[in-house]
Design a protein around this ligand. Structure first.
Ligand SMILES: Nc1ncnc2c1ncn2[C@@H]1O[C@H](COP(=O)(O)OP(=O)(O)OP(=O)(O)O)[C@@H](O)[C@H]1O
Length: 346
């Protein structure tokens, strides 16, 4: 099912992308511009805004886009010349592209249908299909027509089909993007569990930082074809490498610490809730209320603060204040992090 030249002892294990370049035009900026990363096990999310090159990178790893420079290696050997279906990588896209003329079981079994001797017996296939459907939360669905499935169920079937041949790496391109928010959160958890239970290494393309954090062990933040930072979700949130990473993760302001009244020049980023509405007289700064909103039991107050712009302050549940009024604010130091303090790339 997979094909690579044998690699020497001590070679890197798993996927290694080296100085990869992907170009769609001879001139102008490259879609992927010299990216290096490695995935031996676990899940790596490629996170970044639309057009930053995430899909191009994933497609080049899959073999669906030609490589203009650099290398894609598996266990130390280049796979650039290996055709897509021989790389041993599974693929799952936003629209799982199920076969409409096959039932659910038939779709999952497709991944088990090797030619001739490689094909497992009918009984083995049935058992494996049942096992995979159970893994993705669809036990008993084997005989259902795919036309009767919801969007979330379709993606679960597509995941089961992609996992069926036990790929050595699963490549996922925005697999949850077509689903609505609540469903996306649930499926993100289930996706993580299915990958962990099968021990499948994966690369997940997403533009959603919450989804990246929910599914991936490590997150690679991309911008304009380049990698800005790679780290665990916690590492990224604790120490974003620069203002662009901070903004993309959802920090609301990147300023010298002195702006918060602490008197040092280091650059810091404020997470939502870094400012807290204080009782009158207790504030260290003031803000003007722009909007008050209740979210999942929390009260969030958008405040405009000199030197910071508009940020989200935390307030006691049920807090009421009128738009346009001035409120005292204190800083919650646990929601303020240094920016660019140390590099977490690699
Ligand atoms: N087939 C193509 N032909 C020409 N240009 C392309 C092609 N595919 C992508 N691009 C360009 O390459 C750049 C990177 O696109 P890519 O789809 O990899 O980004 P992305 O981060 O995955 O974005 P999105 O989330 O919107 O898909 C963009 O400028 C895009 O317009």
């Amino acid at each position: 099912m997979s094909e690579t030249a044998s690699a020497g002892p001590g070679a890197a294990r798993g996927l290694e992308v080296r100085d990869l370049v992907v170009r769609y035009a001879a001139t102008g900026p490259a879609a992927v511009d010299g990216v290096s990363l490695a995935v031996a096990d676990g899940v790596l999310a490629l996170l970044g805004p639309s057009g930053c090159g995430k899909s191009s990178l994933l497609r080049a790893v899959a073999g669906l886009e030609p490589v203009a420079g650099g290398d894609v290696r598996w266990d130390g050997a280049s796979v650039v010349e290996v055709p897509v279906h021989r790389r041993g990588f599974g693929l799952l896209f936003q629209d799982g592209q199920l076969f409409p003329h096959r039932d659910v079981g038939g779709n999952v079994a497709y991944g088990l249908e090797g030619p001739g001797d490689a094909r497992p017996s009918r009984a083995t296939r049935r058992a494996r299909v049942a096992e995979l459907l159970e893994l993705v939360g669809l036990a008993g669905f084997a005989d259902r027509s795919v036309a009767t499935l919801s969007g979330g169920e379709r993606q679960r079937v597509a995941l089961a089909r992609a996992l069926a041949p036990r790929p050595r790496l699963l490549l996922l391109d925005e697999p949850l993007s077509a689903l609505d928010q609540g469903l996306r959160e649930r499926l993100a958890e289930d996706l993580r569990a299915a990958l962990a239970a099968t021990g499948t290494a994966a690369v997940l393309v997403t533009h959603d930082q919450d989804e990246a954090a929910a599914v991936a062990d490590r997150v690679a933040v991309m911008s304009a074809g380049r990698l800005l930072q790679v780290g665990t979700p916690t590492e990224l949130w604790r120490s974003p490498a620069g203002p662009e990473v901070a903004a993309f993760l959802g920090f609301e302001a990147v300023v010298p610490r002195a702006v918060l009244g602490a008197g040092d020049a280091a650059t810091v980023a404020l997470a939502p809730g870094a400012l807290v509405v204080a009782s009158s007289g207790a504030g260290t700064t003031d803000g003007r209320v722009v909007r008050v909103r209740a979210r999942r039991g929390r009260t969030e107050v958008l405040v405009s603060v000199q030197g910071l712009g508009v940020v989200t302050a935390a307030a006691p549940v049920g807090w009421t204040g009128s738009v346009g009024s001035s409120v005292p604010l204190v800083v919650d130091p646990d929601r303020v992090v240094p920016v660019g303090a140390r590099s977490a790339t690699g």
